[in-house]
Design a protein around this ligand. Structure first.
Ligand code: ZN
Length: 210
């Protein structure tokens, strides 16, 4: 998509009020490499687009992130945050909730050799979850919504979301990295593995943990 097409598509997305519709797996836009953000959008359009992505994420049950290709825009932009229920769970497990964060041109590398697995879902793979083994700590380079460049080290849940969302910007879905034998519907994860945990899921479904 050229720069003028990107700008036109973004303008169309913010034209009407309400949550944006989410592209589902099978749409090639989820498999494309996205354009580095380089001022292709007027700042006003960028800010409105971020607000609409935030609204879309917040109105979706338990969503923790949304990348621009998921609303049909192949641009290196994503948002993340933890809703109240998930924030409470994170605090219980000794982790920090994630405040609303904008990732512009993010990239990450593993920090150390530690790996961790957990169930992930994706708004673009509606109804399914699978365990994904990822680096536990990462170094992240990104810009924020004002163009400020940031270098951060992230760990735990936030590191997982940053990896999932950044992967979207490279045309990668979490299923590409998942333990496929862990594939479960969202209902099955809630009924069986929410309480019993990942080790029980690994044993009974027959997949490996790091
Ligand atoms: Zn996703």
């Amino acid at each position: 998509m050229g720069n003028s097409e990107l700008a036109d598509k973004a303008a169309r997305l913010i034209e009407n009020p309400g949550p944006l519709s989410i592209v589902q797996a099978g749409d090639p836009v989820l498999r494309q490499k996205t354009a580095h953000y380089d001022g292709q959008l007027d700042d006003d359009v960028l800010q409105r687009l971020i607000a609409r992505m935030r609204e879309t994420m917040e109105q979706t049950h338990n969503a923790v992130g949304l990348a621009a290709p998921q609303v049909g825009l192949p641009l290196r932009l994503a948002v993340l945050a933890t809703p109240e229920k998930i924030s409470a769970r994170l605090i219980e497990s000794g982790q920090q909730p994630v405040p609303f964060t904008v990732l512009v041109n993010p990239s990450y590398t593993a920090a150390g050799r530690g790996r961790a697995a957990n169930f992930e879902g994706c708004l673009s793979v509606s109804g399914w979850q699978a365990a994904v083994n990822r680096p536990e700590r990462i170094n992240v380079t990104r810009e924020d919504e004002t163009g400020r460049r940031l270098v951060e080290e992230q760990a735990g849940f936030v590191a997982r979301i940053v990896q999932h969302e950044s992967d979207h910007l490279d045309g990668t879905l979490y299923l590409d990295r998942a333990e496929l034998r862990s594939l479960s519907t969202t209902d099955q994860v809630a009924q069986r593995w929410g309480g019993a945990g990942l080790a029980a899921a690994a044993e009974q479904l027959g997949f490996r943990l790091p």
